[in-house]
Design a protein around this ligand. Structure first.
Ligand SMILES: *Cc1c(COP(=O)(O)O)cnc(C)c1O
Length: 225
């Protein structure tokens, strides 16, 4: 995709985000996390040149191959991990990412706490909630969310600042977004990462503070994910 097309896609998405926030009477920020998975450094560079600074990646190896160099060229980048995290990758993730959106098990929470201490570096964490209770999907079940958040805070001293969800593909997303918001409110969390290319305007209506958008900006993914 030519850089000018990407720039215009970014501007369109930003306009739609602003319009949705206005319609919903939202006062706080709704930030765009540009999901650059499968896209090469050249494409990402075009987005950086257009001013975009928040990005999401779902694969650690892929992120490691692209971002260290981009970070030397551009400052103020905020990189979000939005894919599954195995404990043997925690070291790389803590070194590379600024927000981990997929904290979802005690073992991982403990491992992150240990790595933050080892690297003297703390990365903001969101808990992923499996709002659709789908067996194949990552995330804490809604009924276990409060206890897990408390565990992360009290036992591991993790800086949990938000929640993330990926609604089931074949269901009306609004119920899932409303549920995520409810869990966040009762746990005093103010970041809500929800909404993708096909449903971000609905997510904003339900309180998203971050929308994760890939294909509407970068076009179809380059390889299967
Ligand atoms: C790929 C991905 C997105 C972006 O999806 P699009 O439909 O391309 O906007 C958002 N969130 C997660 C967790 C993803 O893996």
């Amino acid at each position: 995709m030519p850089g000018s097309q990407l720039e215009s896609n970014l501007a369109t998405v930003q306009d739609l985000i602003r319009a949705a926030a206005k319609r919903a009477g939202r006062t706080g920020q709704t930030n765009l996390v540009a999901v650059s998975k499968t896209h090469g450094a050249e494409t990402i560079r075009a987005a950086l040149k257009a001013g975009q600074r928040r990005f999401g990646e779902n694969r650690i190896q892929e992120a490691k191959s692209k971002w260290p160099e981009l970070r030397t060229e551009f400052h103020d980048i905020e990189l979000h991990l939005i894919g599954p995290l195995q404990t043997n990758k925690v070291k790389d993730v803590v070194a590379l990412f600024d927000v981990i959106e997929t904290v979802d098990r005690e073992k991982l929470a403990r491992s992150l706490a240990k790595e933050f201490a080892a690297q003297s570096r703390t990365v903001r964490c969101y808990v992923q909630i499996n709002t659709g209770e789908e067996p194949q999907k990552a995330g804490v079940l809604p009924g276990a969310a409060d206890d897990f958040i408390q565990f992360c805070r009290d036992e591991c001293q993790l800086p949990i600042t938000g929640l993330m969800c990926i609604p089931p593909a074949d269901e009306e997303p609004s119920l899932h977004f409303a549920l995520l918001k409810k869990i966040a409110d009762r746990n005093g969390l103010d970041k809500l990462s929800m909404g993708m290319s096909h449903d971000f305007e609905i997510a904003i209506e339900f309180g998203a503070t971050e929308v994760r958008i890939g294909s509407a900006i970068f076009g179809p993914r380059q390889v299967a994910t």
